[in-house]
Design a protein around this ligand. Sequence first.
Ligand code: SF4
Ligand code: SF4
Length: 446
Amino acid sequence: MMKLCQRIYVHSVDFEDNFIFNGLTGSIDLANSKIAKFLKSKDMSMIDNLEKEEIDELIKSGYLIEEGSNISEKFVYDTYIKSLGDRYENNYFVICPTLDCNLCCPYCFEHSFADKKAILDDDKLDRLFDFILERIKENPKQSTIELFGGEPLLKENYDIVQKIFEFANINHIDMIITTNGTQLTEFLDLFDEYKDILKKIQVTLDGDKSTHDKRRIFKDGSGSFDIILENAEKILDMGIDTDMRVNIDKSNIGNIEEMVNDVIDDSDLLMYDNFSYYFSTVTDHHNLDNENMVDEADLAIALDKLNLVEKGSFPLLGYLVDSITKVNGSRLPSFSNCEANSIYNYIITPDGNVFNCPEAIQNDNYKTWSFYPETRKYSFENKGFYQNILTDESRKDCNKCNIALLCGGGCVLVKNNKAQSGHFCKMQKKAVDKYLNYLRGKLALC
Ligand code: SF4
Ligand code: SF4
């Protein structure tokens, strides 16, 4: 008995060559109109229209699955979990010492946060450290603390950062810092003292100097480009792994080439083995129709035209991009969209609460724990969190979705919002379609 794979995405059916993508095997193929129509119809009776060689090809590439074949959704899920190894169960503590920031970038989702004055004072820190040790005791796996914010490296918060480093060091916890990079020179002595546990610092640049200085601005309106670049070189000189994230939206997507030429190629950054950079779209999960946003297809296309697609971060298109660029390399489907879906992910706010998602920290419905004034666990069942996107009861629409293994179930926050959920799925499919459309045009030119 033969059946059709449920994770096939058929881009078009009318051309001589049509893209078909098999989410289960990660294979992307060209199919004639007859085959594409059969796959799209999901109607097994149409198989009679195909030649024996065509059927054999479809079996070989996992589009048609024979009874007893090991290409099954369970097999792919088990392989995925196995490939993650311990990473699946590691503890990840994202500590926000404050939600305050010395920059005021126009696209930042944290502008709306009401209480920016709260900080992790000594009393809260003691309770937080107890909380972290209790969680590690419950799940004795590798643990990482990421400093996040607001801006975690504000000079007035030096003592807090120092205490977190001391705590991490004593307890063999790795540290990562996500910072705007403007005041990090105030912390160089700590980076030096704790360099064994400091695994990475991520800073952000938003383009060449003129683009960046319109976006990542100090409160007096001045730009932060020069100081960030200067500071990035200081930590690179110390041998610290430094990742540069470039946020892309409508206002700078046309400047990627200038950014790469002026900033990356013409500076000394590429001379450092410990330097890397990547491009990521700015997202607004509270307003999907935000007009300044670009989708992942726009970014993938812009980067592809510069032969830089491997420098993009693609939560949605990553599996597809990898299927095209890493023909013989390893690639993984997405059974989850983001770290918010892990029960071992703890976003810790300076007022003593814990969440799974950094964008949900103003919404008590998403609170998973509090550690101050007392430790308390909250139930967050039925909030759209899931284990396996293909089988979880709470995600019936995803169970049968043909791009599920690209999308991984999407943003939990958006999917919980009934008014936005359907719109979000349409946007995901539109982005997949747009990217395949671009590839089809490229192929036609070859
Ligand atoms: S969130 Fe929407 S697009 Fe994503 S897997 Fe679920 S149904 Fe499909
Ligand atoms: S749930 Fe949505 S907003 Fe939260 S981390 Fe995931 S993608 Fe981001």
